[in-house]
Write a protein that binds this ligand. Structure first.
Ligand code: 5GP
Ligand code: ZN
Length: 122
């Protein structure tokens, strides 16, 4: 394991959830991705889909991450479908940096459902 990865694992909240060091209600995990319940849910369904690998936010994505991002989006759709939200609809959100309100700097896809959402967002 590289030194950089060690630093991320000790300081990044979602790296610590991925490694099991911090508990979360995990709803899916595979080789690449982990999905868990948001600790402060904003809707009846509020899941976070994260890659196991530390990526701070959208600004750090490279072409090599295309498969990860594609799989994150497809997993969000699968999880929403499993919970019965496909037909009624649901919202997916990727916040990037301060203006969007990003608070955890490990890329995460919010998957929200079970109520109606406003547009434009606040
Ligand atoms: P952001 O504002 O960065 O887009 O979203 C961060 C999300 O992480 C928030 O919705 C917040 O409730 C969630 N969160 C923060 N700390 C924890 C935690 O320790 N466990 C879980 N499961 N979610 C967290
Ligand atoms: Zn991380």
């Amino acid at each position: 394991m590289t030194a950089t990865l060690n630093i991320h694992m000790s300081s990044c909240l979602f790296c610590r959830i991925v490694s099991g060091e911090i508990t979360a209600t995990i709803v899916h995990q595979d080789e690449q991705l982990v999905a868990f319940q948001d600790i402060n849910p904003q809707a009846p369904m509020h899941l976070l889909v994260v890659p196991r690998r530390h990526i701070a936010n959208l600004n750090d994505l490279t072409e090599e991450d295309d498969a990860i991002v594609g799989n994150m989006v497809r997993l969000a759709a699968d999880l929403a479908k499993l919970r019965g939200h496909s037909e009624g609809g649901y919202r997916t959100v990727l916040n990037c940096n301060a203006n969007a309100g990003q608070t955890v700097f490990h890329i995460h896809l919010h998957v929200l459902g079970g109520r109606r959402f406003l547009w434009p967002p606040g």
